[in-house]
Ligand binder design. Sequence first.
Ligand code: SF4
Length: 62
Amino acid sequence: MKAIVDQDICIGCTICTQVCPEVFMMEGDKAKAYTNPVPEALEATAMSAANQCPVNAIMIEK
Ligand code: SF4
């Protein structure tokens, strides 16, 4: 599974980096996914982060 943050949509709220810091980090005022592919053990947490993004900026590719 791969996680991608759409930089044009992200509003920099930092929720994803708090929910799943193993996969998401802030870079300036935007988040980025820095662990790709997402390890299987982190998939559920990364999905949860994507679901909690208030603007649906995180895309998950299976
Ligand atoms: S939760 Fe969404 S809007 Fe907030 S920092 Fe992460 S990608 Fe950006």
